[in-house]
Design a protein around this ligand. Structure first.
Ligand code: AMP
Ligand code: MG
Length: 335
């Protein structure tokens, strides 16, 4: 199969729709990361996503719809606080989990009784979703466990020859996956931190919990239980106070003939002028936007990537730090 990357070409959306109606899988730009989309009503199409990604069968998918799509038929109940949150943040990087009406393929939610729905703001995603006018099940368009894709080229690197079409909308402005919010309870509960922060949700809904898995409990958002976002090179992770230890590791790798790199925020990179560095920037938003691009660059040039935990805190840093600890393999929620 030839994989075509298309951007605003004549007939590109019609071609995407034709593939979706044939139960093919089409990758598309969103403002968070690229998605790997298929018709959520089709068992065959949804199963293809799991097979292509090598995704564990118990990790459910998010359904994507355009801004005018009526989701009331897909779910059983939308609590008043969720309606407020939709008005405030959609379209945008917020996924909301509702009791499912059981209309879409059971493979989307892995047989569970909830459904995660997202309305992306990316004009490319909106145009595609409008054209198909169907709920599109879509996880991130990377092989399972690999770094999420934030350019069409990243998707191509993981799926060339395996999918027919990538809808190129340029680089993703957000850079990390959507906030996943459980809206099945009395108050909203963050299952996965992202660009819509706890503070933002609280300011609209009045309250917002953050889900923490209890010992032995099945995770509410199964995706959070996997090691993830890992670059294909050796990695190590230190906090800023441990810089001397990190430097010693770097020197050891270099002496052994390897090519080590640091991945750190700008303030730390300024202290590492005689070392190879990938600079994440300074603010939470900058770090979110650059993280996956730099992790993918690192695997192309580094034999060892040494991450230094950013000191920026609060807001989107909850989501960023979660992605970094999981990319570097230090994750207490891992099973
Ligand atoms: P991805 O699209 O690859 O970024 O992963 C989607 C994330 O949403 C994973 O962490 C899933 O576990 C989570 N998710 C999808 N559907 C549900 C659902 N019905 N309930 C809870 N979490 C979900
Ligand atoms: Mg993913």
């Amino acid at each position: 199969m030839i994989t075509k990357i298309v951007k605003n070409e004549r007939g590109w959306l019609e071609r995407a729709k034709a593939y979706i109606l044939e139960d093919e899988v089409v990758a598309f730009h969103t403002e968070t990361v690229y998605g790997l989309g298929a018709n959520a009503f089709s068992d065959e199409a949804v199963k293809k996503i799991f097979a292509l990604k090598g995704r564990p069968a118990d990790n459910p998918l998010i359904v994507h719809v355009h801004r005018d799509y009526d989701i009331s038929g897909l779910v059983d109940e939308i609590p008043p606080y969720a309606e407020k949150l939709c008005k405030a943040f959609l379209p945008g990087p917020l996924t909301m989990v509702y009791p499912s009406a059981g209309i879409v393929s059971p493979y989307v939610s892995c047989g569970g009784n909830t459904l995660a729905i997202r309305v992306p703001s990316s004009p490319t995603a909106q145009a595609f979703l409008k054209e198909v006018n169907l709920p599109i099940a879509a996880p991130s368009a990377n092989k399972s466990k690999h770094v999420s894709p934030v350019t069409a080229r990243h998707v191509y690197d993981d799926f060339a020859g395996e999918i027919p079409l990538i809808l190129d909308g340029g680089a993703c402005s957000g850079g990390i996956e959507s906030t996943v919010l459980d809206c099945t309870g009395e108050i909203p509960m963050i299952l996965r931190a992202g660009l819509v922060t706890r503070e933002m949700i609280e300011s609209v809904a009045g309250a917002c919990g953050v889900y923490a898995r209890k010992e032995g409990e099945k995770p509410k958002s199964p995706g959070m239980a996997y090691k993830h976002y890992a670059p294909k090179c050796k990695t190590a992770y230190f906090c800023a106070k441990e810089l001397d230890r990190a430097k010693a590791l770097y020197e050891g790798e270099k002496a052994a003939g390897g090519t080590p790199y640091f991945l750190a925020e700008s303030a730390i990179c300024a202290l590492l002028s005689e070392f190879n560095t990938f600079d994440l920037g300074g603010t939470g938003e900058q770090i979110a936007q650059k993280l996956y691009t730099l992790l993918r660059k690192a695997e192309a040039s580094a034999t060892l990537l040494i991450g230094i935990e950013p000191t920026a805190q609060g807001g989107v840093m909850d989501g960023v730090l979660n992605r970094m600890t999981r990319a570097f393999g230090r994750n207490t929620d891992e099973t």
